[in-house]
Design a protein around this ligand. Structure first.
Ligand code: G4P
Ligand code: MN
Length: 179
């Protein structure tokens, strides 16, 4: 990637901000949801030193089909088959029951491509950083603890992908007494 953002990258950032515009995170301050997808892309660029622009763009779009009215067809038409394929790999099937979705994330993590694994690692790192400082609205301490336990199972199936991200995730798991 050149050392300036491409027009396509800027369009992608704008599209993610537009599609997530009415969504908020579950933290007490109701942070705009788009902050999360920007964090995931920034973690990949700054902390994992990823320069593959398609990965950075797919990170911006990683929750757009799962959580907004955007479809894979929209993503493919706007940003192409490569990026759409990455988004597909990291999208949960919301029609499934929650327990099954959570189980499938663990199972699917091991089978995804290297580039999709990078996005999953950054996604979990940002969610866990959030959870270290906030308990989402309506969550008990037990539910928060269980999220760390479950996230470690997902991350365990993503290992061998990016040493820096895995180091940072392990530091969090160590602090929680999971490592
Ligand atoms: N830690 C944290 N998570 C929040 C917050 N707001 C929204 N979330 C989202 O909530 C999900 C975890 O909540 P759960 O109850 O376990 O799952 P669900 O929303 O999919 O039903 C995470 O999804 P995920 O499946 O783990 O990943 P993804 O959907 O981000 O890809 C995360 O993206 C927040 O303030 N803090
Ligand atoms: Mn996410």
């Amino acid at each position: 990637m050149a050392n300036y953002p491409s027009a396509k990258f800027m369009e992608c950032l704008q599209y993610a901000a537009f599609k997530h515009r009415e969504q908020r995170r579950k933290d007490p301050k109701e942070t705009p949801y788009v902050n999360h997808v920007i964090n995931v892309s920034t973690i990949l660029s700054v902390e994992a030193c990823i320069t593959d622009e398609a990965v950075l763009m797919a990170a911006l779009l990683h929750d757009v089909v799962e959580d907004t009215d955007a479809t894979f067809t929209d993503v493919e038409q706007l940003f192409g088959a490569d990026i759409c394929g990455l988004v597909r790999e990291v999208t949960d099937d919301k029609s499934l029951e929650k327990q099954e979705r959570k189980r499938l994330q663990i199972e699917k993590a091991a089978k995804t491509s290297h580039r999709a694994k990078l996005i999953k690692l950054a996604d979990k790192l940002d969610n866990l950083r959030d959870l270290q400082v906030n308990t989402p609205t309506g969550w008990t301490e037990e539910r928060r603890n269980q999220y760390f336990v479950w996230a470690k199972k997902v991350v365990d199936n993503l290992r061998g992908t990016n040493a820096n991200l895995e180091l940072k995730l392990d530091e969090i798991f160590r602090q929680r007494g999971l490592l």
